[in-house]
Design a protein around this ligand. Structure first.
Ligand SMILES: *Cc1c(COP(=O)(O)O)cnc(C)c1O
Length: 496
């Protein structure tokens, strides 16, 4: 494997030359350094490390960083992912040594500040969602879902209600939902959407019964739509003795406007990295807290953060709450990410958070309106949308042969990160576009102009679009091989 192309970097191994290592200037180790190491810990041969001078090393990484795309470099309308701006003050807060240098096993007495921050964040998330209690432990949204489903299982088992094997999942749910339900040992039942994009109530009624453990619903859905039949749905679920799970990854659209706990959801997860800042491009790290209503509290993961009557904080001790489903990950969660969420929530306050959602919804509806008015792409579901919306390139493909994939690649030439494409699967040639709340009107207009210009190019010079990108360091990649046979490891040749 070799990395080539004018803007790409040779690897450090390719740059390496014997004797060039900057590290050679480190003072010589004591003569008996080797003897001090246990024999089992010693290598038989030196490791094959590249030797590179410091200036080349710095240039290597700085140039690599220029190939990266993030919200700090440009507009990033990746639907379903909520690529939020991460206020820089959060980075400062997360790096404060009192937080950043705290050992995860530090005794509670020496970790009071962090424990208090976590305790407050649990309360803030409970307040925002209308839930009774929150665990911060899950490492991401998908692990939050698993935690939620294990809580559902524990709840039914504790009531000796053992025949509930099914989880009903609308086809507009996120793909992680059915995966999670199966991982937790449930059978998943797919519920189709009605023509308006909401859950088909008749199909739902037919699937619901004494075997139903829960419904798992993404709200707003991956179609960018708020579920209008939520009240009826939740009444039916509870009448059947089942629980209602809300995938809250799209909370960015409903802060201060809709509280899932108040509406009757029993359990939900948050993606704090999609709603309360954190730079989450590249897939992580994140945090996926889970909120529950009263009857599920005994089963929450351990250890919880407790506030003592004197106002100090401590972690639950092992075995203190026997009904707990146990640990979902080490320690108390991704504290650095949770701290950014705490800072974001505290900086905005209740009114600020409602404004965040209002602006996110406004931005999405504005962009949707501009595309709908032009007609070059279809905008399939009736508006208004939540904080993201679906457009489809199916008509463009029929007229010109240019596919949504080509449009996405051509956007790169025009200086934009493409939106999510071919998701959700229920829409032909789908684009899922999510502008987030911090974008300027000028940016939204320029992005809409770029999309419409590409549609014109598709009619006039389709090969310009189908052979894009033209300006990126790499052209079309073999995505099937990249997914099926990922080649992620550099195997060094032996260094002489
Ligand atoms: C992102 C997302 C998830 C998964 O969250 P991760 O933090 O990526 O594990 C689940 N559901 C929805 C709707 C999402 O957008």
């Amino acid at each position: 494997m070799s990395v080539t192309g004018p803007k790409l970097q040779p690897t450090l191994f390719e740059l390496s030359g014997t004797g060039r290592a900057a590290g050679r200037r480190i003072p010589a180790p004591p003569a008996d350094a080797l003897e001090r190491l246990p024999a089992a810990a010693r290598r038989a041969a030196p490791p094959a490390l590249p030797e590179v001078d410091e200036a080349s090393l710095v240039r290597h990484y700085v140039n690599l960083s220029q190939l990266n795309w993030g919200v700090d470099t440009g507009f990033y309308p990746l639907g379903s992912c909520t690529m939020k701006y991460n206020p820089k003050v959060n980075e400062w807060a997360a790096r404060l040594p009192g937080f950043a240098a705290l050992h995860p096993l530090a005794p509670d007495e020496t970790a009071q500040g962090t424990l208090e921050m976590l305790w407050e964040l649990e309360r803030d998330l409970a307040e925002i969602s209308g839930m009774d209690a929150v665990t911060l432990q899950p490492a991401a949204g998908a692990q939050g879902e698993l935690t939620g489903m294990l809580l559902v299982r524990a709840y039914h088992r504790a009531r000796r209600d053992l025949e509930r094997t099914d989880v009903l999942i609308p086809d507009s749910a996120h793909g992680t939902n059915p995966a999670t339900a199966s991982m937790a040992g449930f059978r998943t039942v797919n519920i189709p959407s009605a023509p308006d994009g909401g859950v088909d109530l008749e199909a739902f009624r037919a699937a619901l019964g004494p075997r139903t453990a829960a419904i798992m619903i993404t709200n707003p859905s991956t179609l960018g739509l708020f579920e209008r039949r939520i009240v009826e749905l939740l009444e039916l679920v509870h009448a059947a003795g089942a629980l209602a799970y809300m995938d809250g990854a799209n909370l960015n659209a409903i802060l201060g406007r809709f509280r899932p706990g108040e509406a009757g959801f029993d359990v939900m997860h948050f993606n704090v990295h999609k709603t309360f800042s954190t730079p989450h491009g590249g897939g992580g790290p994140g945090a996926g807290p889970v909120g529950v209503r009263g009857p599920l509290i005994p089963f929450l993961p351990a250890p919880r953060v407790l506030r003592e009557p004197g106002g100090t904080f401590r972690l639950e001790r092992p075995g203190e709450r026997p009904a707990s489903i146990g640990r979902m990950r080490g320690h108390v969660g991704n504290v650095g990410i949770l701290l950014r969420a705490w800072a974001y929530i505290r900086a905005h306050g209740a009114d600020g958070l409602r404004e965040v959602s209002d602006d996110a919804v406004l931005a999405a509806n504005y962009l949707r309106g501009r595309l709908a008015a032009d007609g070059a792409y279809e905008v399939p579901y009736p508006g208004p949308c939540a904080h993201e919306f679906i457009a489809s390139g199916a008509g463009l493909k029929r007229a010109t042969g240019v596919r949504t994939l080509d449009v996405a690649k051509r956007l790169i030439d025009k200086g934009y990160h493409p939106p999510t494409i071919y998701f959700p699967h229920t829409v032909d040639e789908a684009m899922l576009i999510e502008p987030t709340e911090t974008e300027r009107l000028e940016t939204l207009d320029a992005f809409a102009d770029a999309l419409l210009e590409i549609a014109r190019e598709a009619h006039e010079t389709p090969e310009l679009v189908t052979s894009a990108p033209h300006t990126a360091p790499v052209r079309r990649l073999d995505e099937a091989s990249a997914a099926r046979q990922p080649n992620l490891r550099w195997r060094p040749r032996p260094l002489g």
